[in-house]
Design a protein around this ligand. Structure first.
Ligand code: AMP
Length: 177
């Protein structure tokens, strides 16, 4: 099973992605996580990634597509995966050649997401208010158009992300049976 999770930061994608990964016994892959790891590297590339993600900007499509394809070629992803944070632009969606089973859009208002992120205990360098707002703006501008792309493929399901964690999971599972 190959599943995509789409949603703004704070929508609960990684929580739901990890649940799904456990339930379906397939790996979870987050491009945000990959980039945060790359940002730790003490090299010119590492520095570029760090500056880009900390500002809330998107990484270039060609670099992102190459990294994701390299990961997905690994044997562990052969039988499926839960993908969080990719594709995030129409260019990425169109160039991604994998046949996906389902794309979930976990819908949460900007206000609710900001509220949740403000209440998080852990500190992350890329979670300044400015970067979060930039990420949310970019989501509306460049990521929302991919919903129509997956709707046209007949694999999009919209999930009300403002319910409890358990209720959000239930909604997702109901589409998988
Ligand atoms: P996330 O944890 O998904 O919010 O991702 C953190 C940061 O990683 C984003 O703000 C982007 O800078 C970068 N990133 C993650 N996924 C992508 C993607 N598919 N395309 C471009 N940049 C990405």
């Amino acid at each position: 099973m190959k599943i995509l999770l789409i949603g703004i930061q704070g929508s609960g994608k990684s929580t739901q992605g990890n649940f799904l990964s456990e339930k379906l016994n397939i790996p979870y892959l987050s491009t945000g996580h990959i980039f945060r790891e790359l940002a730790k590297e003490k090299s010119i590339d590492g520095r570029f990634v760090k500056e880009t993600i900390n500002a809330g900007f998107l990484m270039p499509d060609n670099m992102t597509i190459k990294i994701v394809n390299d990961y997905l070629n690994r044997a562990v992803y052969k039988n499926g995966y839960i993908l969080d944070g990719f594709p995030r632009t129409l260019v990425q969606a169109k160039s991604f050649n994998e046949k996906l089973d389902k794309a979930f859009y976990i819908k949460v208002s900007d206000k609710e997401a900001l509220w949740r992120l403000a209440g998080r205990d852990e500190y992350r360098e890329d979670e300044t208010l400015k970067a979060i707002k930039k990420r949310i703006d970019l989501f509306h501008e460049v990521t929302l158009p991919i919903l129509d792309f997956y709707k046209d493929l007949g694999i999009l399901a919209e999930i009300d992300g403002e319910r409890t964690i358990a209720e959000v999971s239930e909604q997702i599972y109901s589409h998988l049976n």
